[in-house]
Ligand binder design. Structure first.
Ligand SMILES: [Zn+2]
Length: 370
């Protein structure tokens, strides 16, 4: 196949640029620097990093094509970002989760809203096309209380599409620095065959944090203690959780899926090993009474995390074993590597397997788990 002979498969002596390290290079800048516009020296480093990331994506596309994935991509040129169950548009509405904490659904991704007399706090802003309706509902629920912080659990448009409209009314948009980086540049997501343009300045997070910072970070609003932290390289490389301690409700973003397999967006740093680590971290910080708000769909009991962990560990073990035997993603699907979990996690098992495979091409080889 044209171009395949030039591909150097990652191994110990010929490693391609690794995006995480590159991004962490930027992450070594001070927090204060992250909160002001990128300056000249930072800008050079930023563009260098983006060059590395683009090169990694070019390499990955070629490697996957040589591995036989191109036929799959060609047959399915545009995949939905989320599972069918997650993208169905129900009417936009809000219901109380616990006390003055609400879940809004029908906006692409789930939104969580806290109304405290000291200020409102929102997790994710939904899709751009629902921003107006969401904004109206938020105003109505806050009933005169100003919106303080808007958190972004990760960069995906179902979760940040309303940033331009809703973020204007917030004192700060909070996210991991990797989320701001993805939102600041053009990049191609090969498994969707879609190129994303840089977001407008109004959409960008204004307060970011870095992986090396002491976590959880804490925001206190009235009587509510809100803890948040990074979930490294799981659904994307910028996932964060937001834990409303007083209500014992945790917003998990794309790291937890309900009625569907989690999406592993390997083009922006997600992979199954990171998803397993993230699930374990969420299990460690929650208790039996914690309510988990997933990317979309109804809130889940903590037992859902246990089930997700069992699924991830089982499927990861099977796929890594088959990769060591040189099997393709198609062969893994044919082997039924997700079989006993399909009834619970839904119909997007093929997409899940293909993205596990795509992520392992990079992470599994580079970290030596394959
Ligand atoms: Zn997502």
């Amino acid at each position: 196949m044209t171009g395949c002979a030039r591909v150097v498969v990652p191994n110990g002596s010929a490693k391609p640029p690794r995006p995480r390290a590159a991004v962490e290079g930027i992450a070594s800048r001070s927090v204060a620097a992250a909160e002001r516009p990128i300056e000249q020296a930072d800008r050079r480093q930023y563009h260098e990093t983006m060059k590395v990331l683009k090169e990694r994506r070019r390499f990955l596309r070629t490697a996957l094509r040589c591995a036989g994935v191109s036929a799959i991509s060609a047959a399915l040129p545009v995949w939905p970002r989320t599972a069918p169950a997650q993208t169905e548009r129900a009417p936009i509405g809000a219901h109380a989760l616990r006390g003055n904490l609400f879940q809004m659904s029908g906006a692409g991704g789930n939104i969580v809203l806290l109304r405290d007399p000291a200020g409102g706090v929102m997790v994710d802003s939904g899709a751009a096309e629902t921003a107006s309706a969401v904004g109206g509902l938020v105003s109505s629920r806050l009933d005169g209380v100003p919106l303080g912080h808007l958190f972004n659990t990760h960069w995906h448009l179902e979760h940040t599409g309303g940033n331009e409209a809703i973020g204007r009314t917030a004192a700060a948009i909070v996210a991991h620095e990797n989320t701001r980086l993805w939102m600041s540049t053009e990049y191609h997501v090969d498994w969707e065959n879609r190129t994303y343009a840089p977001r407008t300045a109004a959409a960008l997070p204004t307060k970011t944090f870095y992986s090396h910072e002491k976590q959880p970070l804490v925001l206190e609003v009235g009587a509510e203690r809100i803890e948040y932290g990074h979930l490294r390289e799981a659904h994307t490389d910028g996932d964060i959780y937001i834990f409303f301690r007083e209500h014992n409700v945790l917003a998990a973003g794309g790291v937890v899926a309900a009625g569907a397999y989690p999406i592993l967006d390997y083009a922006t740093g997600g992979w199954i090993g990171g998803l397993m680590d993230a699930t374990e971290k969420l299990l460690a910080i929650t208790d039996a009474s914690t309510l988990i708000v997933p990317a979309a769909g109804p809130a889940q009991p903590r037992s859902h995390l246990t089930t997700q962990h069992e699924m991830v560990a089982t499927v990861r073990g099977r796929i890594e074993d088959l990769m060591r035997k040189g099997k393709s993603a198609d062969e893994m699907i044919a082997a039924g590597v997700t079989r006993e979990f399909d009834a619970l996690f839904g119909a997007n098992s093929e997409r899940f397997v293909r993205n596990v495979y795509g992520g392992l091409w990079w992470q599994g080889r580079l970290n030596g788990s394959l």
